[in-house]
Design a protein around this ligand. Structure first.
Ligand code: FAD
Length: 504
């Protein structure tokens, strides 16, 4: 049994045991579907019968109300079942958080019990032939016509295309440039299979998903989820949850890889030893174990944050990014550990490389997750404690310091500001200073400092770097400025061992 974490509730621990033995019981049949190349309807029905599709849905709409943690627990186990995990995840994610936050009570009562039952699958439709990572650039349109909307366009790479009944789509409802700039040009809708003009266009050969097309598809206004023009907000609403689950769905498979590698390497003999005795093989398995443990712990830590009402923007992206990287790496390692056997389809490891690769692309590519992590982290004070270097006279070297600058409190004039900026060359020869750095060093009014810097620039003693809006953002001394501020010796520095003869 997989271990439970101490912060799980009794209900969560209980469902973890139940769903793990459920997945164990279905494992062989799911593997068989890999060979049958058919959609595992039978398995999906059994998943639905257990109520797992409703794991994150409130009880009043027929769900189990076990939160993000419960959803991860179920995703972790169902992800082990070939083709079932992804469909489960997408169907559960096909608008769950979005509906919980944006749907009217009437809409919730209509759609959520259906989602919880899992008898009708759902699909999320964002990606289009010409809009992938740039999801705001969707070209599918929705035009209002009385009480109806007319949808035209195409979506692609839709997991569950064809087998799903409910399609949560994002369409453009405005061409206004300002609206586009403010991301208020998109609206979200639910389109049901069978609606005239709504067709399946193509099913991809190797990846089980497809293209759909909308040809004057009429849907009632009651199928609009959230206000007109708020589709982007609706899409964003569930992203943390979605990214987390998109990562968690691989965690159980990491453990299966460990199990298969222990089993296999205890039975394969080369050079008169079982291959598990080779240190290289042990290293690879140990590496996968570390990844499994780290990925799992990280996923459930993120889930706990969501359940506590936090918005773990960075952690949800990290979870999705690192766990999919882990499964791809573990898949590659597993193939290597099993040699030629790993490459055949007779052992379930070769396809995991593809699975991991899928994880690195769906629900926002790894590059997009990294962009999110960078952007959000760059705004958080916790990652922006200034690491100011200051000259330490005792050791005659720059050190990270929180001490007040030696220039602090000096009169604000051109000479002193130039000295501050030139001194920074001695400490950080290749860096510019921000006007706030200058102010931190000398004190006084921000606007007075900026004015003096501008005057220094007119005299070619400093160079200012402006942002796109023309705002002063950074400043450094010119060589002329350095010369004017201090004598040459001020900037010179040699290690103790450097010969006097070589100094000039
Ligand atoms: C198996 C599978 C299932 C999927 N299921 C669904 C689904 O159910 N619903 C749905 O709507 N979509 C789905 N998708 C689509 C998926 O979300 C997109 O494939 C993904 O968002 C990337 O878009 P793209 O493929 O058009 O690649 P592109 O956006 O063209 O990206 C190509 C490359 O450029 C990089 N890139 C793009 N922009 C930047 C940037 N600004 N900075 C740095 N790098 C960048 C990307 O990271 C990537 O490496 C699925 C995809 C797959 C493969």
């Amino acid at each position: 049994m997989s271990e439970s974490y101490f912060w799980w509730t009794e209900e969560q621990k209980e469902i973890a045991k139940k769903v793990e033995s459920f997945a164990d019981g279905l494992f062989e049949e799911a593997e068989a579907y890999f060979w049958k190349k058919r959609f595992p309807w039978d398995l999906v029905r059994r998943v639905a019968k257990e109520g797992y599709f409703g794991v994150g849905i409130p009880k009043k709409y027929g769900g189990l109300e076990l939160g993000a943690t419960g959803s991860c627990i179920v995703a972790e186990q169902l992800g082990r079942l070939y083709a079932v995990g992804h469909v489960f995840v997408v169907s559960m994610l096909a608008g769950l958080e979005q509906m919980l936050r944006y749907a009217t009570e009437e809409q919730k009562e209509k759609w959520l019990p259906q989602l919880a039952k899992g008898d009708k699958l759902g699909a999320v439709c964002i990606t289009e032939p010409f809009a992938g990572s740039d999801a705001a650039n969707v070209m599918t349109t929705a035009e209002k016509d009385g009480d109806e909307w007319i949808i035209n366009g195409k979506k692609r790479y839709i997991t569950g295309a064809g087998v799903s009944d409910r399609y949560f789509i994002y369409a453009k409802t405005s061409d206004d440039l300002d609206a586009k700039k403010q991301y208020s040009h998109i609206t979200s809708f639910l389109v049901e299979k069978g609606t005239p003009g709504f067709h399946l266009e193509k099913i991809n050969k190797l990846v089980p998903n497809g293209y759909i097309t909308f040809d004057d598809v009429k849907i009632p206004d009651e199928n609009r989820i959230g206000p007109v023009g708020k589709g982007w907000n609706v899409m964003m609403a569930g992203l943390n949850f979605e990214r987390l689950i998109a990562g968690a769905v691989y965690v159980g498979t990491l453990k299966d890889i460990i199990n298969i590698l222990f089993w296999y390497t205890q039975r394969r003999i080369q050079f008169r030893k079982t291959t598990n005795q080779f240190p290289g093989i042990q290293n690879e398995i140990a590496d996968i174990i570390a990844k499994y443990r780290m990925g799992r712990l990280f996923a459930y830590n993120t889930a706990k944050q969501l359940d506590d009402g936090l918005e773990p923007m960075i952690d949800a992206s990290v979870a999705k990014w690192v766990i999919s990287e882990y499964i791809r790496d573990a898949g590659l390692k597993a193939v290597q550990v099993m040699g030629g056997d790993g490459l055949t389809r007779f052992y379930p490891v070769e396809r995991l490389v593809r699975e991991g690769k899928i994880g690195e692309i769906v629900a926002g590519t790894t590059e997009v997750q990294k962009m999110i992590v960078y952007r959000f982290a760059s705004m958080l004070p916790v990652y922006n404690h200034p690491m100011r270097m200051r000259w330490n006279d005792e050791v005659n070297a720059p050190v990270v310091s929180k001490k007040e600058s030696r220039f602090h409190g000096l009169e604000l004039n051109e000479d002193n500001i130039l000295k501050v900026i030139a001194h920074d060359y001695k400490v950080n020869p290749g860096l510019y200073m921000s006007p706030d750095d200058v102010r931190e060093d000398i004190g006084g009014s921000r606007s007075a400092i900026k004015k003096i810097i501008e005057t220094l620039e007119e005299q070619h003693l400093v160079v200012i770097h402006h942002d796109r809006q023309g705002k002063m953002v950074l400043v450094k001394a010119t060589y002329e400025g350095l010369k004017k501020a201090f004598p040459r010796e001020y900037y010179q520095w040699y290690p103790d061992w450097y010969s006097e003869d070589d100094k000039f």
